[in-house]
Design a binder for this molecule. Structure first.
Ligand code: IYR
Length: 238
């Protein structure tokens, strides 16, 4: 299958000229209203946890689709939107991903990772077993497009791809949390097997698997994950 296959072609209009529009969706809020908004968003985000224990409870596809639409609104280099989200609900497809991920992870945990890396992971308690890849109702595999192909089959470059896909992934995780869902970012190492399993061209780089669902009744989180850097360490004011 070649990269220029029609199903992989980008609909981005490369012939657009600069034209300005009055800013849409402008709103006015008082400082007090904005403080309250920022506080309530902060308390929502404080309730997001990376969870590894999922229930098999199903999640309507419409929610996943809305959250991916929100991710697709992220800013990106030259507005090229260099991302693709492969969404997997089919149990056999999830089982294949789990088997391939666990195969790679076995090698990672039993020698490929340095002692320093394994030491850093110790407080998180991870290992090569990834049951959440089959229990959770949805997996979203996020692909980054270093290059794309236009409607005429011509290849063009994308810019700030890692940054753009990172921002879109942040939007997605936040949208899913806001919808009441639980997520885990999972990065089996290496990840190239995902191209074949998700039918994506070799020009795309799998960035991560996002596990999406409801937490199991007895779900736990590592205590270490509750430790967050204080504001005076992550912010300086000039
Ligand atoms: N890919 C492995 C290892 C792993 C690496 C980091 I960095 C993490 O924050 C967590 C896990 C795995 O998913 O288990």
């Amino acid at each position: 299958m070649s990269d220029t296959d029609q199903k992989y072609q980008s609909s981005i209009p490369l012939d657009h000229q600069y034209k300005e529009l009055p800013m849409p969706d402008k709103w006015d809020m008082t400082d007090q209203e904005m403080i309250e908004k920022s506080e309530s968003f902060l308390s929502l985000m404080k309730k997001r946890h990376s969870v590894r224990d999922y229930s098999t409870k199903s999640v309507p596809r419409e929610i996943i689709e809305n959250c991916i639409k929100a991710a697709g609104l992220a800013p990106s280099g030259a507005n090229h939107q260099p991302w693709h989200f492969a969404v997997i609900e089919n149990p056999e497809a999830k089982a294949k991903i789990r088997a391939a991920a666990e195969e790679e992870e076995k090698t990672f945990y039993s020698g490929r990772a340095s002692d320093e890396w394994l030491g850093a992971l110790e407080p998180i308690g991870t290992n090569e077993s990834k049951p959440h890849l089959t229990t959770a109702p949805w997996l979203i595999v996020i692909f980054a497009q270093r290059t794309s192909t236009d409607r005429n089959g011509r290849k063009f470059k994308n810019y700030y791809v890692t940054e753009s896909v990172g921002i879109a992934t942040g939007f997605l995780i936040t949208a899913l949390h806001n919808a009441g869902l639980t997520t885990l970012t999972h990065t089996p190492n290496p990840m190239k097997f995902l191209n074949q399993l998700c039918d994506r061209p070799p020009s795309e780089k799998p960035e991560m698997i996002l596990v999406v669902g409801h937490p199991a009744e007895n779900a736990t989180v590592p205590e270490h994950a509750k430790w967050k850097k204080p504001i005076d360490e992550i912010m300086t004011v000039f």
